[in-house]
Write a protein that binds this ligand. Sequence first.
Ligand code: ADP
Length: 400
Amino acid sequence: MIVLVMNAGSSSLKYQLYNMKNEAVLAQGRVERIGMDSSIVTHEPTDKPEVRQVSEILDHNTAVRKVIDLLTHAEHGVLKAMTEIKAVGHRVVHGGESFKQSTVVTPEVKLEIRKLFDLAPLHNPPAMMGILAVEANLPGVPQAVVFDTAFHQSMPQESFLYPIPMVLYRRHKIRRYGFHGTSHDYVSHKAAEVIGQPLKSLKLVTCHIGNGASCTAILEGKSFDTSMGLTPLEGLMMGTRSGDMDPAIVPFTMNKEDLTLSEVSSMLNKHSGLQAISGLSSDMREITDAMKEGDKNAKLAFDMYTYRLRKYIGAYAAAMNGIDAIVFTAGVGENSSVVRKAVVDGITFLGAELDDARNDVRSKEARFISTDASRVKVLVVPTNEELLIARDTYNLVKTK
Ligand code: ADP
């Protein structure tokens, strides 16, 4: 079965086309600058040269049509006809409390996703545009939605509630939801496979550290706690996001600096984190390069970033009353051996011991980076959220 995976943002649309017989990627690509003049389409068929086109794509509907045209194009395509696409899976950021797992799109599901626009105003509306665009361009093709929050719906109340008036939870559903669920879910299964033990028997801390970053405590195969909260701002220090801080900083800064709510929100989401402390970049590569040149602010940003990661791993080891493995994934987690070393070398008391040679190997394979004697296993597992979306979509649709 051919499954198309879509990840729609406000001005972008990423896609991957899978043949589920062998889970092979037939093509992938992205449409950027939707709604702006000179949109850019990058199409990468697996066995053919990459295509890059600049054209005017004013909405998601036109973007989806463009993707289908490219997938079925005589020269650049990988399909003979669009009827070969048997299902489409969408990444949806916020599933609120309504969605505890992936589901097939129905009119009721669409209504429910609309109700969640309030909780994810930047993310859920474009996902809905993607769903409607597929409906218009591939009529009758079943669609599924896979939520970033769904994996974390297993958290117990003591993890997901904030100690603020309960009326805020009852009225507005203010609670911890957590994000990157598809990734934490995927890497935890892969890690258990590599360790060679049932996932249910393991206590894991998975660290998804990319531009956005979150840690999850996984107990008996389920999310027990996670560092992102109501929004993806809480938790670890990130590229441009602050992560945890005293909430009183918000009113205090608004008062002292005469900032509006939207200005303070933009400060914490877009002008904080690595970017703010280094004064240089939100990109860990640039931070570590500058550190090597002796840049003190870059070093401080790096130290704060890795210190906060260590604190979360320690906290989650305590939360689960033990830890069997630490898993690193996403851009920084998969690529930055110096970040991994700074983190693991600082938590040896937990029983984690890094093998420096293994840590320095670059590979796309899931692998151990701890020593054979290390009681707590440390792994790097490349994430693959698209594959998990394709699998969920396939499993939901094949029985229909
Ligand atoms: P997103 O959260 O947008 O999906 P990614 O998971 O792709 O992001 O992570 C992007 C980040 O990964 C970059 O900002 C960069 O800091 C980091 N990164 C990528 N490659 C390396 C590398 N070789 N060394 C250190 N950091 C890297």
